[in-house]
Design a binder for this molecule. Structure first.
Ligand SMILES: [Zn+2]
Length: 332
């Protein structure tokens, strides 16, 4: 398709009409009403807290507005107004190709819905999208950018065909080691990633609640791991639902860069803190990437440089970032 590169459209989009949601916050346990509205002005994705004094409720969904990453990604503004657990909703908007929206919300936390991005994705796809008068630029990675913390890492590397490869390790639990490698495109996102639910461990729940977290968590909005079994009667949606949810979180966090990242993402034991640190480092290392229009990207893909990358990607370079193998590895 003429205006599609790596599944990315050269146009930018907003949704065609408003969509209302009602739900509870996973951590606050508070009931919230939320409406995702079109933003035809093409000024990005904004949260708008309707329960705070007029003029103080606007928060732009960008990495530099992240104020906390403990258990969820929290955005805030100069008035101390915050919106937490934004990652699943932002992943859904990004995955549905929506660049511009105003998210009106009457409380401090995005509703958790069923713990996945699926309820957002299904309503957004039913509603449909409309183009706005703005071209979409990709963030073309041409030198590796990485962050490490102990044995955890998150890396962006040049790639002619962007993929996300994530591994997690929860020893002594039924989650164990899981790894997943997927192409970054809308079809894979909707089918393989969006339905994966958030998860927690029964033996940590009491401590979390004493500290004021997970107050809204139930078996209807999270997978609860209890020793070597899943407490939810319906079981898992995928055998490797845990690592798929981690990929979902990573897509939401990386979308705070404000445009599609045209490079491979590799991460071991990623979390919101590591992802936000990676995006901060990316923007601090201006010599390692460039904004490109989709037209530029097309000529880049025809270039010798990209053919070189493609050849390289078939063999050695990936082994430097290879991850533990798992039986659930997916080649999207
Ligand atoms: Zn999550």
């Amino acid at each position: 398709m003429r205006d599609q590169v790596n599944g990315q459209s050269g146009k930018q989009y907003t949704l065609s009409q408003s969509i209302p949601y009602v739900g509870v916050g996973l951590h606050t346990g508070k009931k919230v009403s939320m409406v995702i509205q079109p933003n035809p002005e093409a000024t990005g994705i904004y949260f708008m807290r309707s329960d705070v004094p007029r003029g103080q409720g606007l928060v732009l969904a960008r990495w530099y507005n992240v104020v906390d990453t403990y258990l969820s990604t929290v955005l805030g503004n100069e008035y101390g107004v915050t919106v937490s657990t934004v990652e699943h909703l932002l992943a859904a908007l990004h995955g549905c190709g929506i660049d511009h929206a105003i998210i009106r919300i009457d409380g401090p936390e995005v509703p958790i819905m069923d713990g996945s991005a699926e309820p957002f994705v299904s309503t957004l796809t039913q509603t449909g999208i409309v183009p706005v008068a703005a071209q979409r630029n990709g963030i073309w990675i041409f030198k590796p950018v990485e962050v490490r913390e102990g044995d955890r890492f998150a890396i962006l590397v040049p790639s002619a065909r962007p993929r996300m490869t994530v591994s997690i390790d929860f020893p002594d639990t039924m989650v164990g080691t899981q790894a997943l490698s997927v192409d970054i495109n809308q079809a894979v996102f909707m089918k393989e990633i969006a339905p994966a639910r958030t998860f927690g461990f029964n033996d940590q729940l009491e401590a979390l609640r004493r500290r004021g977290f997970a107050k809204g968590g139930t078996l209807r909005n999270a997978v609860l791991v209890d020793g070597d079994r899943v407490a939810n009667r319906e079981g898992l949606r995928y055998a490797d639902e845990f690592v798929r949810h981690k990929v979902l979180d990573c897509i939401g966090d990386l979308s705070l860069a404000g445009g599609p990242i045209l490079g491979d993402y590799y991460a071991h034991k990623p979390g919101h803190n590591l992802n936000i640190a990676l995006v901060n480092k990316l923007f601090a290392q201006r010599e390692k990437w460039s904004y490109v229009s989709i037209d530029d990207m097309e000529s880049l893909q025809r270039s010798r440089w990209t053919r070189h990358l493609e050849e390289r990607s078939r063999t050695p370079v990936r082994s430097a970032y290879s991850l533990p193998r798992s039986g659930n590895r997916l080649r999207g």
